[in-house]
Design a protein around this ligand. Structure first.
Ligand SMILES: *[C@@H]1O[C@H](CO)[C@@H](O)[C@H](O)[C@H]1NC(C)=O
Ligand SMILES: *[C@@H]1O[C@H](CO)[C@@H](O)[C@H](O)[C@H]1NC(C)=O
Ligand SMILES: *[C@@H]1O[C@H](CO)[C@@H](O)[C@H](O)[C@H]1NC(C)=O
Ligand SMILES: [Fe+2]
Length: 429
């Protein structure tokens, strides 16, 4: 497009945005990361929740002779416990991964800092386990990538405390170029080694190659195994877990979801088992949004919505987070395209900072169910205060600063007199 035409287009777009005084952010270059320690030293360390009292420590070593052990304890430099885990590795065309280690450690105390060392050598890391009870704070951010915008998003995430990071898909944007999975691991390592990162897959995790890698997800499944077996799921592409009174369901937009699929059956069963007395809050993440008024990726989540929306609605899911669209959008409570008091709140938060840049064009006029939309990089925070109240906020990257651009309080559906009637655990409220 001619430059002046482009500027004109941007001018018109901006007049429709939620905050007209804010200049849109162009994409930024990739960040290069290197491993400058010995080949036996851990890199790309990240941790994830496994069941109630355990944490999985994952890392990569270039050297294949390193044992998969983690020393850990509550005092820095003093490791009174040791756990042994498993390893994997994979190849993708000419690329061969390093040794990928996964070690589950525990039982761990809640809201406690643990110090740990990977493979019996190298630097010390530490993480803090989530609290056992409310309040708990989740960071939610999708479509992260590994650009300079990603770095500032990560900085802002880390600048204020949180317990668990939830990522609704599209991690590294390696797009079959496997060394980018390693550089992504190194970029997020300083953060993902300190707090559990719980992820689900996006389209950029697929890396399907006809005939040779028809099922895809080779790198994703080897590097980011999530606790799917613990939640009765046969696939790493969908699973659920409980943390501090919240049941979180990670769905897979890029595996079968029709009513006859394993995923659907698993979901229906998982929802059936949710006890709102133990986990009053019920949250779902997936990649391709079911509700979206951006011009990008229109309709891509529609077949999944048609298959699964009813069962989520019937279970009184509180919130559904999606990524994929590189922008922020918050909807009211919705069911079947209409505002309704008992539906989930839908949020698109695919604005972590990847190299593809922002999705700038919105459908006009804005549908009445869409309450806030803006194409800027940033991250979200869900702070669940107690059984009834939570605060959601969206933090836009304003260059190097983080600015709260959207903030809303809401109440759990379980505590709602009219919506919470038929859900398990309601009577005891
Ligand atoms: C994240 O914040 C903590 C607490 O301020 C700090 O100790 C740590 O170094 C930060 N991590 C990174 C990677 O900046
Ligand atoms: C839950 O938190 C909200 C917001 O902080 C507060 O107004 C409310 O009183 C709390 N409810 C209970 C039962 O503690
Ligand atoms: C965003 O950053 C600019 C430049 O640093 C500053 O002038 C502006 O006030 C900031 N906006 C907000 C909403 O903080
Ligand atoms: Fe995507």
């Amino acid at each position: 497009m001619h430059r002046s035409l482009l500027l004109l287009a941007i001018f018109f777009l901006r007049t429709h945005d939620a905050s007209v005084d804010f200049t849109r952010q162009p994409p930024r270059p990739l960040v290069n990361t290197y491993h400058d320690g010995p080949e036996s030293h851990p890199q790309q360390v990240h941790v994830s929740l496994v069941g109630n009292k355990y944490m999985k420590v994952s890392w990569v070593t270039d050297e294949h002779n390193v044992p998969s052990v983690v020393d850990f304890g509550k005092v820095s430099g003093k490791y009174d416990s040791l756990a042994t885990g498993e390893t994997t590795s994979y190849s993708y065309f000419l690329y061969s991964s390093g040794k990928i280690h996964h070690v589950t450690i525990g039982p761990l105390d809640p809201a406690t800092t643990y110090y740990y060392r990977c493979g019996g050598t190298g630097p010390e890391f530490n993480f803090r386990t989530p609290p056992e009870k409310f309040p708990i704070e989740f960071v939610v951010v999708g479509d992260l990538g590994q650009t300079e915008w990603t770095s500032s998003t990560l900085d802002h995430i880390n600048a204020s405390n949180y317990d668990v990071l939830l990522l609704p898909g599209d991690l590294s944007y390696a797009d079959t170029h496997q060394p980018l999975w390693d550089s992504f691991g190194r970029l997020v390592g300083p953060y993902a080694s300190q707090r559990p990162w719980m992820v689900t897959e996006g389209n950029h995790e697929q890396e399907i190659f006809p005939i040779i890698y028809p099922k895809g997800f080779k790198a994703y499944n080897a590097r980011w195994p999530m606790p799917h077996e613990e939640s009765g799921s046969k696939s790493n592409l969908y699973y659920s877990f409980d943390v501090a009174g919240t049941h979180i369901i990670m769905l897979g937009s890029y595996t079968d979801f029709g009513v006859d699929s394993d995923q659907y059956k698993w979901l229906a069963n998982d929802l059936e088992k949710v006890d709102r007395l133990l986990t009053p809050w019920l949250i779902v993440l997936l990649h391709a949004p079911w509700y979206n008024s951006n011009a990008a990726h229109q309709g891509e989540g529609e077949s999944m919505r048609l298959a699964m929306e009813q069962v989520l609605y019937d279970s009184r899911v509180d919130m559904v987070f999606a990524g994929h669209v590189h922008a922020y959008e918050r909807f009211t409570r919705v069911f079947n395209n209409n505002a309704t008091p008992c539906g989930p709140i839908y949020v698109t938060i695919g604005d972590g900072g990847n190299r593809e840049g922002l999705a700038m064009i919105y459908k006009e006029p804005s549908p009445s169910i869409s309450l806030f939309r803006e194409a800027s990089f940033g991250h979200g925070r869900l702070r669940i205060m107690n059984e009834t109240h939570a605060r959601w906020s969206w933090h836009r990257n304003n260059d190097s600063a983080s600015v709260v651009a959207d903030e809303v309080w809401f109440e759990s559906l379980r505590s709602s007199p009219s919506c919470g009637q038929n859900i398990q655990g309601h009577d005891e409220l």
